[in-house]
Design a protein around this ligand. Structure first.
Ligand code: PMP
Length: 309
């Protein structure tokens, strides 16, 4: 596979990183997760410019001087898809710091900053497809919130916390962890936002501690377009236990139903533990939106000639 590194396409395995890379030691990297979808012979990179803008904001929060414009990064994404002959793909940009000073506060002249874009086929984040659900546990992990200037940044080091939470969730027999904030209110999953449905209304935690997910935003827009009410509120685990439906949203996992929380089936009566109707409807609508060329002005459409050059 080819990756784009600082303006050049190289074989991924030749994109060497020093064992003394600052990012490797301290997690001082910023990244994005983006999806591209094949639409007949063409390819749609869903909300690409929104993702690249968030990458830029994450980099700024880390005091990085970014060397490339958003347009250059967009063209690099197109190049990577084209050279790897990918249509349905998960795209991973990463800005990382090389070797030099081991001090935390390195200077740009001491440690080089690199920008990398790679892509993969990655059909499913969770084993379950959109029409079967996953199980989650609460009370296992806490979202890191004290660094407020970083809580909207996708910083590599912050994912060690998410990693530990998902490992603990899996050891407890569940698929995923739901992280809480400093007040024990629900924040989000390890790398996805959470929604629940009650009496036909959608509820999701505010972005005070949760990442303002692009999928979360997409689902809120889709739901409102369909006349559904969406409330951004503080939620507790009790709200989840009593919910009619729950689902997670994220670029990698898309819309994933949650059918059990802390071992309790979600929903009532015959529907308990099964995927709810609103979740199914939003899942289907999301799949249509991510393949619809004009759904967002930040989409990037790649015609067949471009992708198959
Ligand atoms: N929260 C966290 C911590 C994440 O890493 C992600 C994935 N980027 C999300 C939520 C979902 O965000 P998005 O919909 O933009 O992928």
């Amino acid at each position: 596979m080819k990756a784009w590194i600082d303006g050049e396409l190289v074989d991924e395995e030749n994109g060497l990183v020093s064992a003394m890379s600052h990012t490797l030691h301290y997690g001082t990297g910023v990244f994005e997760g983006i999806r591209a979808y094949g639409v007949n012979d063409d390819t749609l990179v869903f909300r690409l410019m929104d993702h690249l803008e968030r990458l830029e904001r994450s980099a700024r929060a880390m005091h990085f001087d970014i060397k490339f414009s958003l347009e250059q990064l967009r063209d690099a994404v197109i190049d990577v898809l084209r050279h790897n002959d990918l249509q349905d793909a998960y795209i991973r940009p990463l800005i990382y710091v090389g070797a030099g000073s081991l001090a935390l506060n390195f200077h740009a002249s001491a440690n080089p900053l690199s920008t990398m874009i790679a892509a993969r086929k990655w059909d499913r984040y969770f084993e379950a497809d959109g029409l079967s659900g996953i199980s989650v546990v609460t009370g296992i992990g806490r979202r890191l919130t004290s660094q407020t200037e970083l809580h909207q940044a996708k910083v590599a080091g912050a994912y060690a916390n998410s990693y530990v939470a998902t490992m603990a969730a899996q050891k407890a027999g569940a698929d995923e962890a739901i992280l809480v904030d400093e007040n024990d209110c629900i924040s989000e999953a390890s790398a996805a936002n959470i929604f629940h449905v009650q009496d036909g209304v959608l509820y999701t935690p505010t972005c005070r501690t949760a990442l303002a997910g692009i999928t979360r935003d997409t689902i809120i827009l889709i739901a409102r377009q369909r006349g559904l009410k969406v409330c951004e509120v503080e939620l507790t685990a009790d709200d989840l236990y009593g919910a009619a439906e729950i689902f997670l949203t994220g670029t990698a996992c898309e819309v994933v139903p949650v059918t059990a929380v802390d071992g309790k089936s979600i929903g009532e009566g015959a529907g308990a533990g099964t995927v709810g109707p609103l979740t199914q409807e939003l899942h289907t609508a999301y799949q249509r939106t991510v393949r619809s060329r004009h759904s967002f002005s930040s989409n990037t459409w790649i015609g067949k000639q471009t992708i198959a050059a």
